[in-house]
Design a protein around this ligand. Sequence first.
Ligand code: AQP
Length: 330
Amino acid sequence: RPRVFSGIQPTAGSFHLGNYLGALRNWITMQDTHDAFYCVVDLHSITVAMDPEELRNNTRYAAAQLLAMGIDPERSTLFVQSHVAEHAQLSWVLECMTGFGEAGRMTQFKDKSSRQEEEHVSVGLFTYPALMAADILLYRTDAVPVGEDQRQHLELSRTLAQRFNSRFGSIFVVPDAHIPQDTAKIFDLQAPGSKMSKSVPSGVVEFMEDPKRSAKKIRSAVTDNEREIRYDPDDKPGISNLLVIYSAMTGRSIAELESDYEGHGYGDLKKNLGEVIVDFVTPFQTRVQEYLDDPVELDKILRRGAERARTTASETLRTVFDRVGFLPPA
Ligand code: AQP
C-alpha cells in the first residue's frame, strides 16, 4: 500500500472548518487506501510563543479531535511529533541542505514574520519547512493530504528529497501533495478574500465552540448586495465560499444547490448551512469529550502510535546519518 503522512498543529485548541475540508477529510478517507501516519505536530507549535500548560492540554485535545473525527488508531499510526525524536534529528540534516534564500522565499514565513503583533520572530519559524520536510520524508511518504496553503512547503519537501537523493544516493521517496480540488482553500467568513484561519476568530467556524455561535457566524457571513445564489468566486466570493462549504458538508453538488435555492434569499442559505454545521459538530463534540474523559486510554493510543512510528523513523534516520558520514554509535 502507498503511504500517507500528514500533521496538524495543536496550537489553536479547536480544529476549524478549513482544516477539516482542506485536509482532515482526506486523512480519514485515505485510511482505506494507504498505510497512514498522522501526527500532532507539537514541535511546530513552539515556533511561536506558547504557554506550556496550554500546549500540553491542546496536544491531547488535538488527538481527541482526530479520533472523534474518524482517525482509527487500529488502522492508522496516530502519534505526537515530540515523542519521536527522529523528527528533530532529521530536521537538522535537512536544515543544513536548505538555502537561506530558499527558506526566506516561503510565503508563510514572510506572512507570519511580518505580522505587526509578532514582536519576536524565532529562528524556528524560519526553519519550520525543513522540520515539515523531515516529518514527511522520515516515513518515505507517497502522499501528503494538505490544504492549498501548504503547497509551497510541500514543493520544498520534494526539492529537499531530490537534493538529498542526488547528493547521497537515493533514500527518500519524493512525496506528492494531495490537495482537494474543490475545498483546497476555505475562506474567512468575514473576509472572503483571505484564508479561513484561527488567527481571525470572527471569520472561522471552530469545531469546539458552541454550535450556536458557529451558526451565528455563518448567518452573519459577509456576502454581496445582489440576491442571486450563484457560484462565482470572482464576483461573489462570499456566497461562493458558502456554497463550497455547503456542498462539501452535504455531498450535494453546487449546481444542485444553485437550483434548489433559486428564488430564495441569502438568509435561507445561511440558516440552512448553519443547521448543517450544528448537526455535524454536536455529536462530534460529544465524542471528543468521551476521549478527553479517559486520558489514560488516550495516552496509551498515542504511546502505541509513537512506538510504531519510531520503528520506521529510526530506520530511515540510521540510513541518512550513515550516508551523510556520521560515525555509527558504538
Ligand atoms: N482555510 C483553509 N482551507 C483549506 N485548508 C486549510 N488548512 C488550514 N486552513 C485551511 C489546512 O489544515 C491543515 C492543518 O493546518 P495547520 O496545522 O497549519 O493548522 P493551523 O495552523 O490551525 O491553520 P491556520 O488556522 O490556517 O493557522 P494560521 O493562522 O497559523 O495560518 C493543513 O493541511 C492546512 O493546509
